[in-house]
Design a binder for this molecule. Structure first.
Ligand SMILES: [Zn+2]
Length: 774
């Protein structure tokens, strides 16, 4: 550690970590060019804004109980509502971040109708970044004068070839001496393992207190910037804290760069919504000056690694510590908050706003607002796939669609209209959503181009950056549409759908006029059919569609064959996104079937993949039909394995999310039963958590005996063979239903366990490949 720099000091380097410290301070950590970790302290008071009648505002600042908490105040001009044409006079109060809550409650008490509160829930770190116009990992020069800092930014969020500081990263793991089936907070610490690069430090000597102190010593010596753990938020960090308290060494368990022990920021975790699912968020313990990444509690890290995290931290101006734990919606919202702040818009306070986000296709399916050509169930040849990449964000940007621009008050006669609905779109100003999207779309498309030129290592890094940005793009649409979202408006959502429909209808028309027929279309993809055609024909078609619609469309490939599957719920209505097929270059693509699902157990996933293998070898539909019996051979081989009891426990574990709270615990779903077993064994379970279990006796009258939570298995539990055979049969029927009856599949699975011969009587159902849709 290199100590605090104060009084006329400067440093050049990367902005690494920041957090509010004492009442009116912000602590900032820089990784300097020459490799030092430097701490600076700045004086900082966040601002909140109050809008209301002028006299009411004047009365407010004169009240003693408000004055007590006010550092500084002034009247200033801001846009109060997104749709406002002009700025209004509002009151700005600067106060200590510690007093914000108190100040808010006093203002609310004085009249929540008279005073509208704004910018009160912008995280303090972010408001500091916005005010100084700097961002995480920015390369900059810091100048410290007295108690204040100033910054010279030598970097830009738009930059795509930025340098990243050379991090020191350690991985922390512990082994616990368990007394029960689960490791609990009362079990003593056995071993601590700290890994850095190829080096591995093992602490297993001395008393438990010695081990904890040794861990703190090692971390101080290694001084990592980033500490990775497997389950640090939900178990490891609170566990270490608890053991330190029990051993009376809590004040010496210092893992951060500040002289602070490992107390939790907040007492409890919370559940939150993202993409329509409930997730569990563990409470967080900060390592001030370092960043702890719990690989299991991060959405971004597993998918995009540090490259993706740094990219969204920079672009969306959200500190790494928060970005690793946040939902994509929160990450994207940070960029909107920045944009609003910069453009003089106030950010209305929304108490307990749910973050219920959906992807574009979820929303499309929910309200059928999107473009849909339903597919003909069965196998098809000579089929090619075209995808509009980032169709929705691109339309929002091109057509200037945002909550405040659709049906704006200022331009009722705007020539920019929404198709079918004839809503007007603002022609005077660029909306907030389009401004945000422009940055992300531009960067993403640059990374994709840069990938083509780069060496393998950089290609992978650019790929992680672009895929992190892709996630952010996906949520923009959800934010725009969600009724309660801070900057959302349902009209804007409907407008995007209308433009998307128009674009795809037009693309379909162009395809038809070039001799293609449209087999299937959904949201932003189309499957076309044309006999004896080549990739060149498709590429030419893409060029024509691109020039006529001005939208990016790409050619995915021509399938040797593709099978569109029927809906499981309504056998007669094809569901929109269930298919599998093989491209001419041998790539298999599958959507909406078991092997793509996160809750499918290994043995079923493997069986389905192996069943598709002989089919994937088929060059055309005729060969596919010839190979169908081989898929059934695979099926009976797996049935045989399951029936013999020959499958490892780990391959039978099913993972399901607990969706509701707390009633879900009372229900008899497998995951609820397993969750109750875990709670009885001392585990802390929250809604949204994924529960892993083995089915032991699905038919048992006592629900508690139907499954066993995976964490409680001892390696000798028998599984329910019949139930797993049923699951196997269902997964086989899911992909083969256009060709075989359920009875045939059942015969194959249950008919003759022990034999691996092909069942004799298999009559494929009639094919539907001669269809002429649309
Ligand atoms: Zn307008």
């Amino acid at each position: 550690m290199d100590g605090v720099w104060n009084g006329g000091q400067t440093a050049s380097g990367w902005l690494f970590d920041l957090y509010p410290s004492k009442g009116d301070e912000m602590t900032v950590w820089i990784i300097s060019e020459d490799g030092r970790r430097v701490k600076f302290v700045d004086r900082y008071h966040p601002s909140i804004y109050i809008s209301g009648g002028e006299q009411d505002l004047q009365d407010l600042v004169e009240r003693v109980e408000i004055r007590q908490l006010t550092e500084r105040y002034r009247f200033t001009e801001k846009y109060v509502n997104l749709a406002d044409k002009d700025r209004s006079k509002v009151l700005e109060i600067e106060c200590s971040h510690r007093s914000i809550r108190k100040l808010i409650s006093r203002i609310v008490k004085l009249g929540h109708r008279r005073y509208r509160l704004n910018n009160v829930d912008v995280p303090v770190e972010q408001s500091y970044l916005f005010r100084n116009d700097i961002f995480p990992f920015a390369f900059l020069r810091v100048l410290s004068r007295g108690s204040e800092l100033s910054y010279q930014l030598q970097d830009s969020v738009e930059s795509e070839d930025y340098a990243v500081p050379p991090f020191r990263t350690s991985f922390l793991r512990v082994e616990v001496r368990r007394s029960g089936p689960l490791a609990g907070f009362d079990d003593p610490l056995q071993t601590v393992i700290l890994q850095r690069g190829g080096e591995r430090e093992v602490i297993d000597k001395g008393s438990e207190a010695d081990k904890l102190i040794e861990l703190a010593n090692l971390i101080r010596r290694d001084d990592p910037d980033i500490l990775l753990t497997e389950d640090g938020d939900s178990f490891l960090m609170p566990y270490l804290w608890r053991r330190a308290v029990v051993n009376e060494v809590a004040d010496r368990l210092i893992l951060g760069r500040e002289d602070l022990s490992l107390k939790a920021d907040q007492g409890v975790g919370s559940s939150y919504f993202s993409y329509g699912r409930v997730y569990y968020r563990a409470p967080c313990r900060r390592l001030y000056g370092r960043v702890h990444i719990d690989v299991g509690n991060s959405f971004m890290y597993p998918a995009c690694k540090m490259d993706g995290l740094i990219e969204v931290s920079r672009t969306c101006r959200i500190p790494l510590h928060r970005a690793t734990r946040a939902t994509i919606g929160t990450i994207m919202m940070s960029l909107q908050l920045y944009y609003a702040t910069k453009s003089g818009f106030l950010i209305p306070w929304r108490k307990g706003e749910p973050e219920s986000l959906k992807t574009a296709s979820d929303l499309m399916l929910a309200d059928r607002g999107g473009f849909v050509f339903e597919p003909v169930v069965g196998i098809h040849e000579n089929t090619g796939e075209l995808d509009f990449s980032s169709l929705y964000p691109t339309l929002m940007m091109q057509k200037n669609i945002s909550a405040e621009t659709v049906s704006c008050q200022c331009c009722p006669d705007s020539p920019n209209r929404v198709p079918e609905l004839n809503y007007n779109i603002c022609q005077r100003r660029l909306g907030m959503v389009p401004s945000v999207l422009k940055l992300i779309l531009t960067k993403r498309s640059s990374y994709k181009h840069m990938m083509a030129e780069a060496d393998p290592e950089w290609r992978e890094r650019y790929d992680r950056r672009q895929s992190a940005l892709k996630w952010v793009l996906v949520t923009c649409f959800g934010y725009l549409g969600y009724r309660n979202a801070r900057f959302g408006k349902i009209d804007a959502h409907i407008a995007v759908c209308a433009f998307a429909r128009e674009a795809l209808m037009k693309a379909a028309q162009i395809a038809r006029s070039n001799g293609f027929s449209v087999l299937h279309g959904i949201v932003d993809s189309m499957w076309l059919m044309k006999d004896a055609t080549s990739a060149e024909d498709y590429l030419a078609l893409c060029r024509e569609i691109r020039s006529q619609t001005e939208l990016p469309i790409s050619f995915e490939g021509i399938y040797r064959w593709i099978v569109f599957l029927p809906s499981k719920v309504h056998p007669n209505a094809p569901v929109l996104n269930r298919y599998y097929g093989v491209f001419r270059d041998g790539r298999v693509k599958a959507r909406g079937i078991d092997l793509r699902r996160g809750d499918t157990c290994n043995i079923i996933r493997e069986a389905q993949e192996r069943m598709i293998e002989p089919l994937a070898a088929a060059e055309d539909a005729a060969a596919f039909r010839e190979n169908l019996p081989r898929a059934l051979e695979v099926l009976s081989r797996y049935a045989d394995k399951i029936a013999r009891g020959d499958v490892r426990e780990t391959d039978l574990i099913i993972a399901k999310r607990l969706s509701k709270s707390p009633h879900d615990y009372l229900s008899r779903t497998y995951q609820a039963v397993a969750a109750r077993q875990l709670i009885r064994a001392g585990a802390v379970i929250s809604p949204g958590q994924t529960i892993h279990f083995l089915i032991t006796d699905a038919g048992n009258r006592d629900p508690a005996r139907r499954v066993r939570a995976a964490r409680l298995l001892q390696g000798d539990t028998a599984y329910d063979r019949k139930k797993y055979l049923e699951l196997l049969a269902r997964s086989a029927f899911n992909i083969l239903s256009p060709f075989y009856s359920l009875a045939t599949i059942h015969r194959c699975v249950f008919g003759n366990p022990g034999s691996i011969q092909v069942p004799l009587q298999i009559d494929p159902l009639p094919f539907s490949s001669q269809s002429r849709p649309y």
